[in-house]
Design a protein around this ligand. Structure first.
Ligand SMILES: [Zn+2]
Length: 273
């Protein structure tokens, strides 16, 4: 009986590990869905700086691969519309969450996590001047952001060791400090400009134009804006129609469980807070 149970467990584990999108597949996903083409495990040990808007490097994406990222939430209605659209297309994103927002909407954050999205950090109160703050204050802001997210997630899991500066306002000293904490810094390759006073159509147009110029990249959008939520179905359809594929990024270090999987990504190497 014990042996049978063990075999069953192994089979279950194998299905869990190899079939990342099995649960999603049961939710009416088919070849017409945008889906997730692959999961990229990103190692942030010793630091990482990616995003061609600011840095010389970006993630090792192949031609026509994109990483979807959303900042500033969770906020409630607009975030829910974004989550629903991602679910409709059976795809996954990375959410750079503000600590205060996580505390205000813990249930939504947990739903985001359970849906398999990567939860990353975007400070605690979203100060736009982290590049001009004292180092001590900036560090507290980042620590508090991770802490708020992890408190809201509770026993479900933890934030990935991925960080994006509010307003992308980085400084060399903070970049160096984040590297000592094994936290990766994510800028962007393609900006949607959805924080500007432009229409949904214009957000879509700029995003696709810039993406086509680069051919691949980390796309930065905001889940707090209804106009972003409104244009997202069209963006995901256009990505699919133009042959783009979504890569889901997860950390190799830190404790992080993929939702809907029985397994946990191994190795708690070094990411300690
Ligand atoms: Zn932001």
């Amino acid at each position: 009986m014990i042996i049978l149970l063990r075999i069953f467990t192994y089979v279950f584990l194998i299905i869990g590990f190899t079939g990342t999108d099995i649960t999603v597949a049961m939710a009416n996903c088919d070849s017409n869905s945008l889906g997730v083409s692959r999961t990229m495990r990103v190692n942030t040990n010793g630091g990482l700086r990616v995003g061609l808007v600011q840095y010389a490097d970006t993630l090792a994406l192949r031609d026509h691969e994109v990483v979807l990222t959303f900042d500033d939430g969770p906020i409630g209605h607009a975030t829910q519309r974004v989550l629903d659209t991602l679910a409709d297309e059976c795809t996954r994103a990375t959410f750079f969450v503000v600590g205060n927002m996580a505390r205000a909407h813990p249930e939504q954050l947990r739903a985001m996590y359970r849906a398999g999205h990567t939860i990353a950090a975007h400070s605690n109160r979203h100060p736009m001047n982290m590049n001009r703050m004292s180092q001590a204050r900036a560090q507290r802001e980042i620590d508090a952001g991770f802490e708020s997210i992890n408190t809201a997630l509770g026993s479900l899991g933890q934030a990935a060791p991925f960080f994006r500066y509010p307003g992308l306002a980085h400084s060399t000293s903070m970049n160096n400090w984040l590297a000592t904490r094994n936290i990766g810094i994510f800028s962007a390759d393609v900006m949607g400009d959805d924080w500007r006073r432009i229409s949904s159509n214009e957000i879509l147009r700029r995003t696709m134009r810039r993406l086509n110029q680069r051919g691949r990249g980390i796309i930065l959008l905001h889940d707090i804006h209804n106009k972003t939520a409104s244009m997202l179905p069209a963006l995901l359809r256009q990505l699919k129609d133009e042959g783009f594929r979504v890569v889901h990024i997860v950390p190799t270090n830190g404790r992080f469980r993929l939702a809907n999987e029985t397994g946990q990504i191994p190795a708690d190497q070094g990411f300690s807070r």
